[in-house]
Write a protein that binds this ligand. Structure first.
Ligand code: URA
Length: 235
């Protein structure tokens, strides 16, 4: 059970500064389990104590998990001096300190990306040991022959000699596929198709584990998901 200071609880839950949280506490606006609390350093039990501010319930979330349909042209990074990042385009109502994308998509790749402030979760998802499958819709600049498909499915050997794990490919048309991989090397899909002489015209991630890109989420849009929904990713 996690105990945290009431001023921190309020500042995170209400997205206000610690100073403003302290003012609310001093002003007698905050109750914990029915009692007015006056000391900012008093602790509350996350998920157990009932905290009200101005008689309205205040819920503290230790971490936040956001699904984004990443648009092309946006960097999957927390900050960048020149280019807009996925964190920059999160709407204010979901913004909080410490957000970063889980793993990387290339600047021109679209689709599902998770943004969070939970480092342990991010580590579990990105670690190759977790074997989490990521599926991408891919349009190629030429025809994928049966032989080329087999060579990638059996584990492509990249130009620098790196051996990839076996991949799964589902043909959609002669030059568009779903490809599923369970690791995340730099430019991996593009380099895998490069080994059979094909370029990638369009790449979009459609799922991470069992977590699918919601069909109604337009490029650039976000939705918050609960830790329970998120378990789909790593189950
Ligand atoms: N593979 C790539 O080549 N690019 C991505 O963005 C993701 C996987």
């Amino acid at each position: 059970m996690e105990h945290i200071r009431i001023d921190k609880y309020l500042s995170v839950a209400c997205k206000i500064s610690r100073t403003d949280a302290k003012k609310l506490i001093k002003g007698g606006k905050v109750t914990v389990d029915g009692k007015v609390i006056k000391r900012a350093e008093d602790k509350v039990c996350v998920g157990e104590s009932q905290v009200l501010c101005d008689k309205k319930p205040v819920t503290y979330k230790k971490h936040i998990y956001i699904l984004m349909n990443k648009p092309s042209g946006i960097l999957s990074a927390a900050t960048d001096k020149r280019v807009k990042t996925v964190v920059d385009i999160i709407p204010d109502n979901l913004k909080r300190d410490g957000l970063f994308p889980v793993g990387r998509l290339d600047k021109n790749t679209t689709g599902l990306i998770i943004i969070t402030d939970d480092g342990d979760f991010a580590h579990r998802v990105t670690s190759p040991k977790s074997n989490i499958e990521k599926c991408y819709y891919t349009e190629l600049d030429g025809e994928l022959t049966e032989e080329a498909k087999n060579s990638i499915e059996n584990g492509a050997v990249l130009a620098d000699g790196t051996k990839c794990r076996p991949a799964k490919i589902q043909m959609l048309t002669k030059n568009s596929v779903y490809i599923t991989i369970s690791e995340g090397k730099y430019h991996q899909i593009k380099r895998m198709f490069g080994t059979v002489g094909l370029g990638v015209n369009h790449l979009s991630r459609v799922s991470i584990g069992k977590l699918k890109l919601p069909s109604n989420l337009e490029e650039g849009e976000c939705v918050e998901i609960s830790p329970d929904e998120l378990k789909l990713t790593i189950s």
